[in-house]
Write a protein that binds this ligand. Structure first.
Ligand SMILES: [Zn+2]
Ligand SMILES: [Zn+2]
Length: 719
């Protein structure tokens, strides 16, 4: 009787593949990586189960080529989580399983990973480095408390000192670090506020089993402090904590904060900013870490002693992947918590309406922190500047400029928020009304003056700034509207004494946050100008003014989530102003001062506005009261994209309670020379919608002619 191995492969096909397992290779546990022939190529796959028969004749089966035992197998809990994702997102299991691995482990080339941990040697326990070698002494002390990660040492520029300790025989690299000290080691924590203590009294007893807890805490209320205490409790039981954070928030400061707080613990990071080798190294070391701090993809990290999952800034859009497996790391975190019977803590100053609705319905436990942790810190006052009555010059009103001038005179710092990078959103010809179109998209090319380019922010197309209008030859082209570069230029001209720094995707390199933080804390910056990147992460005690320009586009956007997002963004920017003992002030320029959003914003009333939005959503039958699935198609022509979707609609099974909208061009109809169209399906019943898609999806594979690309997006966030 031959052994037949079911293998999951990274293909678009929703099926597994059978291979004969030669006796000399077996036996093979589920989750082990194998190399198999596939068509005329070889592929890496994940072994799933051993069987004794196959739908395919045994003599037609091909042999497994080799078992990759130079890398660990995927654990049963990750296999189970991937299966959940395959079912829920209707995505091939093999593609998901392979995507959970760092790229380096997805090819068969044998490799030897760098040993990730530096540990103290026997001799190092009692060694006495010379007194003048302060850094070496400090590192040796740290090693006596806990092993240190190669990647972290690199980030802290400790490589030289590590090498010195190794040369002296006091430290060595190892793959599996010894367990940390028996006594939990936690640095002194600040005294909990009464509100934090009340939250802990509810949360700590709930740590032994699955449950979702939503911490809604105003900015500065000390959510991070709560996480740290919960993590501490979990670590004390010998378990691991997974902390998911938004893409952009992964600052070395946060990492350092965790390391300082848990000096005896193995704190590790995993994010896409790591070099490939470090990512592989850290992924391989994850099973031995105590705290894993990571972005979206770390929700699939191997953590055999998982005891707690925290999702910070749970409303953040970066938790949702926008291509391939379009998963929400927050939702997958909840699924993982449920499968592993581990508590999940979601935190935000402005929770997503999805999570908040769960909390209001008692499916999640709601924990509210309404006071700022530093008692003198007050919430900033929020004032509106009515653009219907007050003229704007180069994007700025007189009250705004005056506020900046006063703040500067007091020696305090300001931030100016404009969510559009570049110099101007477009280049414009006053004589024929030509407005720099992207040749590949239905979008305008953005003027970047510092690099002398016109750039498309959707497809990456770029070109030189033309000397004359390509349409009529007029040499006098104008910048249309304001971007952060132009704003920086305007401010520099109006406030020549101010030291101005611009923060947006054009200026930020991966580790530039640390340098920026130091510059602002050290008082080397008077005005920060930037996009939403500014809103996240940092605490600047001397920042007392936040100026918000031009948010009106979102107030009447066709995207039903636009006001939810804008409110969250404005709350976050406002939260940057006045965090220590100085009162903060927020100024918002708007032509719609009567919009209800501002009323709630001025009262810092997230809960009130959330209820308004939820009532609207309920009435309009929108999420979270309905579930949605979006079928997207891209083709060289709009006719072809729409025809595909119409064919798909015709093949749809009848399901009670599931409704299908008509096919439409996407709001951004053309990107990178492909026309995009979409078809929305929704239902108030998640189960019905899931069953519908399960029936429907296989039909989509049969549609002829095919389009360039199509995909299903379950719980879409962006349309
Ligand atoms: Zn022209
Ligand atoms: Zn483009």
């Amino acid at each position: 009787m031959p052994s037949i191995l079911q293998v999951a492969l990274d293909t678009p096909l929703h099926r597994l593949f059978d291979y004969r397992l030669p006796d000399e290779l077996g036996p093979v546990q589920p989750g082990v990586l194998v190399e198999v022939p596939f068509g005329r190529t070889r592929q890496i796959g994940v072994a799933l189960s051993l069987q004794t028969d196959s739908a395919i004749q045994t003599d037609k089966l091909r042999d497994v080529l080799c078992v990759l035992d130079d890398r660990p197998a995927l654990s049963p809990d990750i296999l189970r989580l991937a299966q959940f994702c395959a079912d829920y997102y209707h995505y091939p299991l093999g593609a998901i399983l392979l995507a959970t691995l760092p790229p380096r482990l997805r090819n068969a080339t044998p490799f030897v990973a760098d040993t990730p941990w530096l540990v103290v040697s026997e001799a190092g326990r009692t060694a006495e480095p010379p007194a003048r070698a302060k850094a070496q002494r400090a590192l040796l002390d740290a090693l006596r408390a806990a092993p240190q990660m190669r990647d972290a040492l690199r980030a802290q520029k400790q490589g030289r000192h590590a090498a010195a300790l190794i040369a002296a025989g006091w430290a060595e690299w190892t793959r599996t670090p010894p367990q940390t000290a028996e006594t939990p080691q936690t640095a002194g924590s600040p005294l909990a506020t009464p509100e934090q203590q009340a939250a802990l009294d509810r949360l700590l007893p709930a740590l032994t089993q699955f449950g979702v807890h939503l911490i809604h805490g105003v900015t500065g209320s000390g959510k991070t402090e709560l996480y740290l205490r919960l993590i501490d409790a979990v670590l004390a039981r010998g378990l691991q904590a997974l902390v998911l954070i938004p893409e952009i928030a992964l600052t070395p400061q946060l990492e350092q904060h965790f390391r300082n707080r848990f000096p005896g613990r193995r704190v590790m990071t995993l994010h896409s900013g790591l070099a490939e080798a470090a990512r592989t190294e850290n992924w391989l070391a994850a099973p031995d870490c105590d705290v894993l701090l990571g972005t979206r993809l770390s929700v699939f990290a191997p953590l055999p002693r998982l005891g707690l999952i925290v999702v910070d800034e749970e409303h953040d859009g970066s938790f949702k992947q926008q291509d391939g497996l379009r998963y929400s790391a927050r939702d997958v975190a909840v699924a993982r918590g449920k499968q592993a019977n581990v508590p999940v803590v979601l935190g935000s100053a402005t929770p997503s309406l999805e999570s908040y609705a769960h909390a209001l319905a008692d499916r999640y436990q709601l924990i509210e922190l309404q006071q700022r942790a530093i008692s003198q810190a007050q919430l900033p006052t929020i004032e509106l500047v009515d653009l219907k009555h007050i003229p704007v010059d180069n994007g700025l009103t007189r009250p705004a400029l005056q506020a900046l001038t006063e703040t500067l005179a007091r020696g305090e710092q300001s931030l100016v928020f404009l969510n559009r990078r570049g110099y101007a959103p477009a280049l414009y010809c006053p004589s024929c009304a030509w407005v720099s179109p992207c040749p590949r998209c239905s979008a305008r090319l953005v003027l970047h003056r510092t690099s002398h380019r016109l750039k498309c922010h959707h497809c990456g197309f770029e070109t030189r700034i033309p000397h004359e209008c390509p349409s009529c030859g007029n040499p006098d082209l104008k910048a249309l509207g304001q971007g952060t570069q132009r704003l920086e230029e305007t401010l520099a001209a109006l406030l020549p004494a101010a030291r101005i720094r611009r923060i947006d995707r054009d200026t930020m390199r991966p580790r530039a946050w640390a340098e920026l933080g130091e510059a602002v804390h050290g008082g080397a910056v008077d005005i920060l100008v930037g996009t939403q990147m500014l809103a996240k992460g940092h605490d600047f005690p001397n920042m007392t003014l936040a100026l918000i320009l031009d948010t009106d586009g979102a107030l009447y956007s066709p995207d039903f989530r636009a006001t939810e997002r804008l409110f969250a963004q404005l709350m976050q920017v406002a939260g940057r102003a006045g965090r220590a003992d100085k009162p903060g002030r927020v100024l918002i320029q708007t032509a719609f001062p009567d919009h209800p959003l501002f009323r709630y914003l001025q009262r810092h009333d997230y809960a009130g506005y959330a209820r308004v939005l939820l009532a609207e959503r309920k009435q309009l039958e929108l999420p979270p009261y309905t579930r949605q699935v979006l079928l997207r198609a891209e083709a060289p022509t709009m006719e072809a994209a729409l025809a595909f979707l119409q064919r798909a609609a015709a093949l749809a099974p009848e399901y009670a309670g599931v409704s299908m909208f008509s096919t439409t061009p996407a709001p951004m109809a053309r990107v990178a020379n492909l026309e995009r169209a979409q078809l929305l399906i929704q239902s108030t019943q998640r189960q019905a919608l899931q069953a519908f898609v399960r029936d429907w999806r296989p039909q989509l594979d049969t549609i002829k002619p095919r389009v360039a690309r199509w995909s299903l997006d379950v719980d879409p966030l962006v349309f």
